[in-house]
Ligand binder design. Sequence first.
Ligand SMILES: *[C@@H]1O[C@H](CO)[C@@H](O)[C@H](O)[C@H]1NC(C)=O
Ligand SMILES: *[C@@H]1O[C@H](CO)[C@@H](O)[C@H](O)[C@H]1NC(C)=O
Ligand SMILES: *[C@@H]1O[C@H](CO)[C@@H](O)[C@H](O)[C@H]1NC(C)=O
Length: 248
Amino acid sequence: MSGSLPENHVTLLLFFSLTISFPAALCTIQSCHAWPMTQLVDKVTDTWLIREVDLGSSKSRLDCARLCVSMLACTSFMVNHSTRRCRLHAHRLTDLDIFRPDLGFVTYETSRAPGAVGSKCTTDIECAMNNSLCLSGQCQCQATHSYSPNSRSCVTECPEYGQEFTVFPNNYITGNNLQVFIEPEMITPEACEAACLAYTLDVCRSIDLDYDLQMCLVSNETSFTAPASFIYYVKNIFYHQRQCAYQD
Ligand SMILES: *[C@@H]1O[C@H](CO)[C@@H](O)[C@H](O)[C@H]1NC(C)=O
Ligand SMILES: *[C@@H]1O[C@H](CO)[C@@H](O)[C@H](O)[C@H]1NC(C)=O
Ligand SMILES: *[C@@H]1O[C@H](CO)[C@@H](O)[C@H](O)[C@H]1NC(C)=O
């Protein structure tokens, strides 16, 4: 398997050099390169999935690359060469993302990927976007900002909020809650984030998960809208800031 990967790389470079004038202003030659991630095969992730496309009878890998490049939000993509399924992601996929086994899928990244949201990092300067930082080993927007896939930048307010959250350990927003849950089954990232997504009376922008007090707190504020309430405190508490939705 790994023996065939360099060939894929060359094929894609050739593809892009041949079609570079076709998508015209969409990309420079440099930003149209794509390459396979040899460690990310036979598995898929839903992290920052923009959409999954059935490529039908087309030449799967190349058309998936073309779709990704033509969509400004797309940083990485995955293709199942046999079934011609193509998954477009607004985030640089790495082995720090949560994958599940799915035979046949190969992950590729584009040259938008280095320093992009999701990139592995050890220091903030490795993260290319303004107002981004290295958080838990991956480039993310700072707590004052949410990632906007459409502009590929960190913004202080989303036109529409999505399903992704960025988790900041040892932080929370004091007060400013829309809802408070203390049921044991709510004290997980999945359950508390789901409560945020399900809240309809206002925009839920963040949650606090306090594992010491066993509380899930849902809020319409962020560390940007309520800076004075945003507290750093070394305890078993996590602030999850909601990120922007991808908009068609
Ligand atoms: C992907 O391709 C493999 C063959 O390489 C096939 O067995 C598998 O069912 C496909 N998976 C999906 C989810 O399409
Ligand atoms: C980042 O911020 C600097 C200084 O404010 C600005 O000049 C630059 O255009 C910004 N870059 C992007 C990609 O927004
Ligand atoms: C959050 O809700 C409170 C109470 O309704 C309101 O006063 C405040 O302006 C809201 N904050 C944001 C950022 O919308």
